[in-house]
Design a protein around this ligand. Structure first.
Ligand SMILES: [Zn+2]
Length: 275
């Protein structure tokens, strides 16, 4: 059962690829090894990484980041509603500055369903335009009358049941820059990858890249909504940025080699012959 049918893989017939052995070889472990799940990890002055836990019961499932600017805080990924509350409380223990923006790296629930919680805290959800296109495709309960992904997720998560979908309302087609002279964060669409609407956050001064699920560190790759062929190309664009630190969408943060490993993993899967 180790064989992955290329057709099944490309069409997303399988959900999470749990090829643990290969992933461990090709996409981990974390060479820096400094972060600890559930703890705010200071990556550079004013720049934090928070590792979530991939579990049905965890509050914070995806990884988060936040940058404390002169006048406001920008959060990377909204997480689930419970994760949003957890992250907001951690930010509040560090600074009184207002949380103004929550950047959804993509439309998935563990990265974007906490938007409403951020809105209630005074922040605006921000995303690449592709996130809205993906939400229109999958969030049929919001855009239409047919239950969609939010409603499916709400069956298993009380925090989702008690919140509501809030699509991002500040949208960028290619990039959006936050720069107060001290810190600079470039939100960038690099191409189709894990979904058709992924964007990353690039901090050129510190050479830190927050990838969302364009890159994960561990057996967390979900391929159902993306395009693996284009994903390999998009990872090339990400690699060319020359990141020193890569804060992935799931799993520990790492250095630039995790992008190489993620790409090698998909190349190996694509090259695997179908029997
Ligand atoms: Zn995702």
């Amino acid at each position: 059962m180790c064989d992955v049918s290329r057709r099944g893989f490309l069409t997303g017939g399988i959900a999470f690829l749990s090829l643990a052995t290969e992933v461990e070889l090709l996409a981990g472990p974390n060479p820096e090894g400094m972060a600890e799940a559930g703890k705010a990890d200071l990556v550079a002055p004013d720049i934090y990484f928070h590792e979530g836990q991939v579990s049905d019961t965890a509050d914070a499932v995806c990884n988060n980041g936040w940058i404390i600017f002169e006048d406001y805080v920008l959060v990377i990924d909204a997480n689930f509603p419970a994760g949003a509350k957890l992250v907001i409380s951690k930010i509040r223990s560090l600074t009184d500055k207002p949380i103004r923006f929550a950047f959804d790296t993509h439309h998935h629930g563990d990265h974007a369903y906490g938007n409403q919680v951020f809105v209630e805290s005074g922040a605006v959800p921000v995303a690449h335009t592709g996130v809205i296109e993906e939400m229109k495709r999958y969030e049929t309960g919001y855009y239409d009358d047919k239950p969609g992904r939010w409603e499916a997720e709400a069956k298993g998560r009380a925090d989702v049941r008690s919140s509501k979908l809030k699509p991002p309302s500040v949208l960028f087609p290619k990039d959006l820059i936050f720069d107060d002279g001290k810190h600079r964060v470039e939100l960038m669409y690099l191409g189709v990858a894990h979904t058709h609407g992924d964007a990353v956050a690039w901090l050129p001064k510190e050479r830190i890249l927050f990838t969302g699920d364009v890159c994960v560190n561990g057996p967390y790759n979900y391929v159902g909504d993306g395009d693996v062929g284009q994903w390999v190309t998009t990872l090339d664009v990400a690699r060319k940025l020359g990141a020193r630190t890569v804060c992935t969408g799931h799993g520990p943060r790492s250095d630039g080699t995790v992008l190489d490993d993620q790409q090698a993993f998909f190349k190996a899967l694509r090259n695997r012959s179908v029997s």
